[in-house]
Design a protein around this ligand. Structure first.
Ligand code: DLL
Length: 436
């Protein structure tokens, strides 16, 4: 089943021709409307008109997260604010968060791509979709919501949290599909079990999961507990949000990337050199149709492989394997992305702390948990180190982490020079979670 059969099955020659035409258009547009791209292309001595084939793509400079942050909040927008109808943002303090803008047409495109994902999962207007992806500034909840409405399904805008209420709605409303992070699906199943509910007795038949790495064995576990088909969906907010790639039911083991809207490459994360299709590397995306916030050769940080063998489902679009690794130090905690640099910025604003800290990620039953250990200055510790004062600092760190990053870590202050170093270097992130 297709949502847009013509484009989803476009023969590859025609698809490549469409990609080139759209690439040339977007390059002209960004060169003339976004200062950053004019500067970057001029510095690389490339005029937009010099791109005459897709093979020329590696001549274009990359766009990085740093470029996004340097242009915070709206510097990379290619249209005036009067044409923007929606703003989303990643977590982070001012200048360390990234902001994503959408025109009316962008929202329309995004909804169509999400609709394609839902149809690929076998959903129709007769389905009731329990959407437990987070609504709000994050792209996941609303992104999926618009796609669900587009196919005419009945969508329950649950958002995350309130597990008992989620279980109640799952029982009472009888949704046929559930969408959330895979770890939240396992957490809900644990809650259900505690309440004496066998998840297999629910009406659910399909689950669409994503926003964090999950292995085939976790998929098997979810399928067994719920008695559903569990499918993988990939996306990133910079490029659009959820709905960039979707696993189809027929050819499981890879997600189709909607290539009529995104051009994808894999590169060696160390050297930036393009890799032959099929080799493991970092995914780089160019948006072909986005109006408000086009991105040229954006380095996603996600490491995986592209699959070029034709799929049984009939979609002509290339597939990507599961994403299990990153090229950078980004952590995903309960679907929220955080970078150590963001934590550093929060700590730097609080007096009496040393810049030495450690983030320790663990799983407590199905859910991610995070501990933040921070060294306190000698002065605070020895001179005025009353327990109360230390507790106040802990509370302030907790609150800032919650307010700016949406994360609620256990915060522990420790004495100077007590955090583990290896070869004199702090290990800033210790990830004890099992993804297998
Ligand atoms: O996570 C968008 C999304 C929402 C995708 C719901 C799928 C479902 P961000 O918050 O910007 O956007 O996080 C993007 O999450 O670069 C990957 O590292 C990771 N990620 C997203 N989907 C998957 C997946 C949304 N299916 C970052 N498997 C990406 C593994 C994923 N990692």
């Amino acid at each position: 089943m297709f949502y847009n059969e013509e484009f989803e099955t476009l023969p590859r020659e025609a698809l490549k021709a469409l990609q080139l035409k759209r690439l040339q258009q977007v390059l002209q547009r960004v060169y003339h409307t976004v200062g950053h791209y004019k500067k970057a292309l001029d510095a690389a001595q490339i005029k937009p008109g010099a791109i005459t084939s897709l093979a020329d793509l590696p001549k274009l400079p990359f766009t990085t997260r740093q470029d996004l942050q340097e242009n915070y909040p709206f510097g990379l927008f290619a249209v005036p604010m009067s044409s923007i109808v929606r703003l989303h943002a990643s977590s982070g303090t001012s200048g360390r968060s990234t902001v994503f803008g959408y025109t009316k047409r962008d929202v329309e495109t995004w909804s169509e791509l999400m609709a394609r994902c839902l149809v690929a999962a076998g959903l129709t207007k007769n389905d009731i979709i329990h959407n437990a992806f987070g609504y709000g500034l994050f792209t996941s909840g609303l992104g999926l919501h618009f796609g669900a409405e587009k196919i005419g399904a009945s969508v329950i805008p649950m958002s995350g949290g309130n597990s008992k209420r989620q279980i109640m709605i799952l029982q009472d409303f009888g949704p046929t599909a559930i969408c959330c992070t895979p770890s939240y699906a396992l957490h809900l199943a644990e809650q259900g079990k505690a309440l004496g509910l066998d998840m297999k007795t629910l009406k659910l038949r399909v689950g669409i999961f994503g926003a964090e790495p999950w292995s085939v064995s976790i998929r098997d576990e979810i399928e067994t507990i719920y008695g559903i088909t569990a499918l993988d969906m990939f996306g990133l907010s910079e490029v659009m949000g959820p709905g960039i790639a979707m696993e189809c039911q027929e050819g499981r083991g890879g997600m189709h990337i909607f290539e009529d809207h995104f051009l994808v490459e894999t590169i060696n994360p160390q050297t930036g050199e393009p890799l032959p299709e099929g080799e493991e590397g970092e995914l780089v995306f160019t948006t072909l149709t986005k109006e408000a916030f086009p991105l040229i050769r954006y380095r996603s940080g996600d490491i995986t492989r592209l699959i070029t063998t034709p799929c049984r489902c009939g979609r002509s679009h290339i597939k990507m394997e599961r994403v299990m690794k990153r090229s950078d130090d980004m952590l995903i905690i309960r679907g929220i992305n955080i970078f150590p640099a963001q934590v550093e910025a929060i700590l730097a604003d609080i007096e009496g702390l040393e810049p030495n800290y450690q983030l320790i990620a663990d799983k407590i039953s199905a859910l991610d948990s995070l501990e933040l250990r921070v060294e306190v200055s000698e002065k605070i510790f020895s001179e005025s180190g009353s327990v109360k004062e230390l507790q106040n600092i802990e509370k302030r760190i907790f609150k800032d982490m919650k307010d700016y990053l949406g994360i609620t870590p256990r915060v522990k202050l420790v004495e100077p020079n007590t955090l583990k170093r290896s070869n004199g270097m702090m290990t800033k992130v210790i990830d004890n979670r099992r993804r297998a």
